[in-house]
Design a binder for this molecule. Structure first.
Ligand SMILES: *Cc1c(COP(=O)(O)O)cnc(C)c1O
Length: 244
């Protein structure tokens, strides 16, 4: 883990320098989905404190187990499809939610945030797969609906809008997709100047994301190794997300 962490940070630094950006302005979010809390604790001990999960139950289990160990240096981020009935529990562990993709979820998180001592930090997730590339969606709101969703988040007392998030479409050059995302982020920032964060880039495409302006990269495989292949995916003969 230590070696991988060093290598990923070196990639981030090199990508930022190549883009003429300050490397310290790009934050690493370690995507710990499928990996045990011990791995999270080990990375936290090495100074990596931001962790992402894409299943609510897994996030809650891991957060609970780390809290029980007294490991409070971890900041959680939720990066997957979130059901409204899980919104309050995810908000309660202090998770930043990167995947707000619809009004009903924003409203559920807002209600949860109003019951806490500080607003829930959220990103609006943008679907980069849609009409322009005719590529399969990887989640998110259609780009044309993003400004209104961002307005709703910004107007919600229980929420704090950090910016936009996206996953690059499969099977296409990620750079133009990330550039479309960055242009949309500029538009949103014109109305919401504090929404300065851009969450984009994973193990396979973090350089392209940083070139386009991402300041939060979400990296799983390059840190933890290949995730176990889920049974359903073996049966469907689909490559896992980490093998694109
Ligand atoms: C799994 C996942 C990642 C990390 O992907 P890797 O290719 O393993 O780095 C990033 N973002 C989201 C939304 C994910 O689900």
């Amino acid at each position: 883990l230590e070696e991988n962490l060093r290598a990923v940070r070196a990639r981030i630094d090199a990508a930022a320098r190549a883009a003429g950006r300050d490397p310290s302005a790009v934050r690493l979010l370690a995507v710990s989905k499928t990996w045990p809390p011990e791995d999270v604790a080990a990375l936290a001990a090495l100074g990596q404190h931001d962790f992402g999960e894409n299943r609510a139950q897994e996030l809650l289990d891991k957060a609970g187990r780390l809290a029980a160990r007294g490991d409070l240096r971890v900041r959680w981020h939720f990066i997957g499809q979130l059901q409204r009935n899980k919104a309050a529990a995810v908000a309660r562990v202090g998770a930043v939610v990167h995947s707000v993709d619809r009004e009903s979820l924003a409203r559920a998180l807002d209600r949860a945030g109003q019951g806490l001592d500080r607003p829930v930090e959220v990103f609006v997730q943008v679907d980069l797969g849609g009409p322009e590339g005719d590529l399969a969606t990887r989640g998110g709101s259609p780009p044309e609906e993003v400004p209104a969703l961002a307005d709703l988040v910004a107007a919600s007392p229980g929420l704090s809008l950090r910016g936009l998030m996206a996953v690059a479409p499969r099977g296409a050059d990620p750079l133009p997709a990330f550039e479309r995302l960055a242009a949309l982020a500029d538009r949103v920032r014109a109305d919401h100047p504090r929404a300065v964060d851009l969450s984009a880039g994973m193990s396979g495409d973090l350089e392209a994301a940083i070139a386009a302006g991402a300041n939060v990269v979400r990296v799983g495989t390059a840190l933890f190794g290949d995730r176990p292949l889920p049974f359903a995916k073996i049966r469907e003969h689909q490559p896992p997300e980490s093998h694109e």
